[in-house]
Design a protein around this ligand. Structure first.
Ligand code: 5GP
Length: 115
């Protein structure tokens, strides 16, 4: 059994962070170091999957649940439109290897990836 991730420790109440929304299998918190006016994290309760590729292969229904919860929190905390980012791999900026979606919204730089 691997060490509990920082997000598992938050879920278990060991590290303080308000859980702003949850479903049976996922939960949402505010990012501690926001990179946008609204910056939330949506996280599966299990830490079994290190990144979104593993999650998509291992439990596509849970990935869909994460996306659905991202949509709900974006509707509640922003205008409804949002950017969903899964950093995948250390050189792409991933620092916590318990898969999580960044929900970014509110006055984002108009450039979008590929745009
Ligand atoms: P990554 O870099 O792995 O894609 O994203 C990890 C995110 O978790 C970072 O944006 C970082 O600010 C956030 N984070 C790290 N530790 C904590 C914490 O203790 N509480 C909260 N709310 N966010 C955290």
């Amino acid at each position: 059994m691997s060490e509990p991730s920082i997000f598992t420790r938050i879920l278990q109440g060991e590290i303080p962070s308000e859980i702003i929304a949850e479903t049976d299998n996922a939960f949402a918190i505010r990012d501690i170091a926001p990179q946008a006016p609204v910056h939330l994290l949506v996280i599966p309760k299990t830490q079994e999957y290190r990144n979104v590729v593993e999650l998509a292969a291992g439990d596509p229904a849970l990935l869909a649940e994460v996306v659905g919860l991202a949509n709900s929190v974006a509707a509640e905390h922003a205008g409804g439109d949002f950017r969903l980012v899964f950093n995948t791999g250390a050189s792409a900026g991933q620092t916590v290897f318990h898969v999580h979606a960044h929900v970014l919204a509110g006055d984002l730089d108009e450039k979008s990836v590929g745009g």
